[in-house]
Write a protein that binds this ligand. Structure first.
Ligand code: ASP
Length: 441
């Protein structure tokens, strides 16, 4: 069995969905299972409509118009999704009455995108000669916790998926399953978080014991750097789970950070492919990752970071000082990435400063606290990083030559990444310069 996940741009319209049909046909002998995102732009439209409704302006017009365009392009019955449209309108009206879009209602709203797209895709496939059936993920065992906006499947999901799959999916149909959404055991709709359909797909791959999980997107696999910044960025043929996890976490745009966990647990290879160039071999991600002749594997970056610094003489020779600091940060739900300490100060990065007020106040008990924003973590990843003599010199020479100032530096604990902090405004200089030094030099 082969699990294939298609992202929003891969199922954007009839033209793209036709490519998906041909790809599925070419893999018919491997018993494909499709996990799909919403059509491109629909999730954003749903969430924007939710925010407008919370301000008293319920308007489903844009969503319905976008979805109708795909419906029409694919030749589906024009009223096929009318019950969903009515439900979206009702929900937006409800949100506008209470003037509040809770995480729970936003999940309910955002989930319509995938619920509609899988029905369009299955209908299109069936009319074009591939018998397919749409499934909501929860009917196939994707039951989650109640963490709305970032739900995770309840333990034992693998066995549950397999049982439900065997019970509900006929051997002669190609199942098209919703990515992104789940339900709690109490029946409330949840989502796994933005861009989370990859994660849904690897959960299904793990549950169904797939031979491989293919992630179909719009680039030729995972690239050596963001191609919108580096025109010579190239596709990476192989990489390890550990490398891919670091890249996803540090802002690599192709995979969602949680994607690999279910695949790692069951040792299922994940292959990233391009729907627009299906003949390209893409990137295969496995436990071992194969041989990589390059010094590093890829360069990722995460913009919009904030740095919290605490300066305090209380730190001097005080066991437990950092434990107290992290206790506060944990309680205030501040997610820390890079850390660097000296005898009298500690600096930590986190994703943005929008929710730091509470933490700042609480941290003042330890010393002088300051926050700076608009910083970027750049991360050079590769399993060869740990044995590479002169890598640091190459990286920092390239940065010096392009006049980029470096603030914090950290060599990841697992020794496969070298990360540092720069100004957001320097990213466009730094990433191409590094790529040049590490891949072209
Ligand atoms: N449709 C959802 C989003 O746009 C999930 C996904 O595409 O992976 O975030």
């Amino acid at each position: 069995m082969l699990v294939m996940k298609f992202g929003g741009s891969s199922v954007a319209d009839e033209n793209q969905i036709h490519k998906v049909l041909e790809i599925a046909r070419s893999r018919a002998s491997r018993r494909p299972v499709i996990v799909s995102s919403a059509h491109k732009g629909i999730t954003d439209a749903l969430l924007n409509a939710g925010k407008a409704a919370a301000k008293g302006e319920p308007d489903a017009g844009q969503i319905i118009e976008k979805q109708r365009r795909v419906l029409k392009g694919c030749g589906c019955d024009h009223d096929m999704l009318d019950p969903f449209f009515r439900e979206i309108e009702d929900l937006l009206r409800g949100i506008s009455l209470v003037r509040e879009a809770s995480k729970r209602s936003l999940d309910y709203l955002a989930g319509f995108g995938e619920r509609m797209s899988v029905r369009v895709i299955a209908d299109y496939f069936t009319r074009n000669g591939v018998k397919a059936e749409a499934f909501d993920a929860w009917d196939l065992g994707f039951i989650t916790d109640e963490n709305f906006g970032g739900a995770r499947p309840l333990p034992g999901y693998e066995a549950r998926m397999l049982t439900e799959f065997k019970r509900r999916v006929g051997s002669d149909v190609l199942p098209v399953i919703t990515g992104f959404v789940g339900k709690t055991s109490g029946g409330e709709l949840t989502t796994v978080g933005r861009n989370g359909s990859d994660f849904s797909a690897t959960c299904f791959a793990a549950g169904l014991g797939a031979e491989e999980c293919e992630i179909w997107t719009d680039t030729d696999g995972v690239m050596t750097a963001d191609p919108s910044l580096v025109k010579d960025a190239r596709s990476i043929p192989y990489m390890s789970f550990a490398e891919a996890s670091e890249l996803a976490y540090y802002g690599g745009r192709v995979l969602h950070p949680s994607t690999l966990l279910p695949a790692i647990k069951r040792n299922i290879p994940v292959r990233v492919l391009n729907t627009n160039r299906p003949q390209h071999p893409g990137t295969v991600i496995t436990e071992d990752g194969g041989d990589n002749p390059n010094m590093v594997t890829s360069i990722a970056y995460k913009e919009g970071q904030a740095v919290i610094t605490i300066e305090s003489t209380q730190m001097l020779g005080q066991p437990g000082f950092l434990a107290k600091v992290f206790d506060v940060l944990g309680r205030e739900k501040v997610d820390i990435d890079m850390i660097s300490t000296s005898e009298i100060s500690v600096s930590m990065t986190c994703p943005g400063a929008s929710n730091l007020n509470g933490a700042m106040k609480a941290l003042e008990q330890f010393g002088r606290v300051s926050v700076v924003t608009d910083k970027t973590i750049v991360c050079v990843v590769g399993k060869n990083v740990k044995k590479q003599r002169g890598l640091g010199a190459k990286v920092f020479t390239a940065l010096r030559d392009s006049e980029v100032n470096v603030e914090m530096i950290s060599q990841g604990a697992n020794k496969i990444n070298l990360s540092f902090l720069i100004d957001d405004s320097d990213v466009k200089k730094a990433v191409p310069a590094l790529h040049d030094a590490l891949f072209e030099g």
